[in-house]
Design a protein. Structure first.
Length: 114
């Protein structure tokens, strides 16, 4: 099924070679920057969450695995739930001051937003 994915081959001309294998370019993840060069913004968000407050950590540059590990550390230290996706960490509740202090103690350049 994966070999017949015609949407990924829309610009390709027909080939008569029976051994032809079309290869798509794999999207490479960015290399994770060291904590001292990361500029993170910690802000609060209430939109589309039924009035509940969440703390967002934005600006992380790096691989998804490293983002998930940082999110797990923050969730564990704060004692709350949350998620990490699309380059941002979501922590349940208004914990801007605590998250900013934790990130600064871990070596990140974190700044408290709104």
């Amino acid at each position: 099924m994966a070999e017949n994915d015609w949407k990924s081959r829309l610009g390709v001309v027909y080939s008569t070679n029976p051994d032809f294998q079309y290869e798509t370019e794999a999207e490479q993840e960015q290399e994770t920057l060291p904590p001292a060069s990361q500029r993170l913004i910690v802000r609060i968000d209430r939109r589309q969450r039924a009035g509940k407050q969440v703390t967002l950590v934005e600006g992380f540059v790096g691989r998804q695995d490293d983002l998930a590990a940082l999110a797990k550390t923050l969730k564990t230290r704060c004692g709350v739930g949350g998620t990490a996706k699309d380059g941002e960490i979501t922590i349940q509740g208004d914990l801007r001051d605590k998250v900013t202090a934790l990130l600064n103690s871990m070596g990140y350049k974190a700044k408290r937003g709104n």
